[in-house]
Design a protein around this ligand. Structure first.
Ligand SMILES: [Zn+2]
Ligand SMILES: [Zn+2]
Length: 353
């Protein structure tokens, strides 16, 4: 009888322990820094002001997701060089908005790139055409993303979750390539500018969305990071990529509030500069560029990227010679080409912004 009881107790103990492990989240954010040898995955959320740019590094292999506006390309190219990038296994251009794809042309011209992964969606954009020209010049292969297809990068995998090849959305942001980056027991979910429509589709889908890090969609806009999605991902940390005092008010109060009420700590490029998340396969360690660095190299000098002429409705780069000849009263400034195009501006033939 005693033996049977002992056996029953043992079985109960094993079941309880197994239950505890199933409940416990295996990976989390640690305050202990991770040595270079143990770093199997490094995610660099590069501060490109109001835009998006993530460098993924695993065991000496590199891939890039987006590269901010065209005006940020010098920063991106020099960041990549100092991170030791010589070539890129692939680039994901989440969607052809200039705050994501603008810097890609210069990246492609500076680093050998095997594949450019971009959604199959047409948009009339000089910035995007410039990226396609650069890819053609350098003989870069194109691929359209397919859900559940994954790309191996060093010891990590990057799995595409959205969009489906036949997807039709009214909003270009929803075509954003959404991907899960995984290494060991750790993962990060990167959603580009995908909004709630896509987030809800993903929640209804079959892929396990739980991730240690969530890069909040659309720069922390309230049009993304809905509660059911956040609940499904249940991240230990959130990253928001946005510019200081940006015109859109990103991140929106609703996003900050939902993260706070869910006790999810967040890191923001507008506050923390470049954010680096390093994984040893069990934990992520997050570090940021220091405030001193930001003071000594002010990136955001408030110079607009483009100047339009109110009368002629022609748009120039801020550095174009025509701008110096323009009357101040005729000048109107824009941060993005898309913004100017929406207001009916056409590009200057000489500087072709
Ligand atoms: Zn964006
Ligand atoms: Zn966008």
């Amino acid at each position: 009888m005693k033996r049977v009881l002992t056996l029953l107790l043992c079985i109960l103990l094993i079941l309880c322990t197994a239950g505890c492990f199933a409940e416990e989240k295996t990976a989390k954010i640690t305050s202990e820094s991770i040595s270079k040898e143990d770093a199997g995955l490094v995610l660099h959320f590069i501060d490109v002001g109001q835009g998006d740019c993530t460098l993924i590094e695993s065991k000496g292999r590199f891939a890039l997701i987006d590269a901010g506006e065209r005006t940020e390309s010098n920063k991106v190219v020099s960041y990549l060089s100092s991170a030791g990038v010589e070539s890129l296994d692939f680039i994901i251009s989440t969607h052809p908005h200039s705050d994501h794809c603008g810097g890609l042309a210069d990246v492609i011209r500076n680093f050998d790139t095997a594949v450019l992964i971009c959604p199959d969606v047409y948009t009339e954009s000089y910035v995007w055409e410039n990226v396609l020209d650069a890819a053609d010049e350098r003989g870069v292969a194109y691929e359209t993303p397919n859900p559940y297809e994954f790309y191996q990068l060093g010891d990590s995998t990057v799995t595409v979750l959205s969009p489906k090849p036949d997807a039709v959305y009214s909003n270009l942001n929803d075509y954003s390539v959404v991907c899960m980056v995984e290494y060991g027991n750790t993962s990060a979910l990167l959603t580009g500018d995908a909004e709630k429509t896509v987030e809800r589709e993903l929640v209804r889908g079959s892929y396990d969305l739980s991730a240690d890090i969530l890069k909040c969609g659309h720069h922390g806009s309230s049009t993304s990071t809905c509660s059911e999605f956040l609940h499904a991902v249940s991240p230990s940390a959130a990253i928001i990529s946005c510019g200081e005092n940006n015109d859109y008010g990103h991140p929106h109060r609703e996003t900050i509030e939902i993260l706070q009420s869910s006790h999810i700590p967040s890191w923001r490029t507008d506050i923390h500069g470049d954010i680096v998340a390093t994984s040893d396969g069990n934990n992520f360690y997050i570090s940021t560029s220091t405030d001193e660095t930001r003071v000594t190299t002010p990136k955001n000098d408030n110079t607009p990227a483009y100047i339009g002429n109110k009368n002629s409705k022609v748009l120039h780069r801020a550095t174009c010679e025509s701008v110096t000849k323009m009357k101040d009263s005729n000048k109107v400034s824009f941060d993005t080409w898309d913004e100017a195009k929406k207001k009916g501006y056409t590009p200057c033939g000489a500087c072709n912004p």
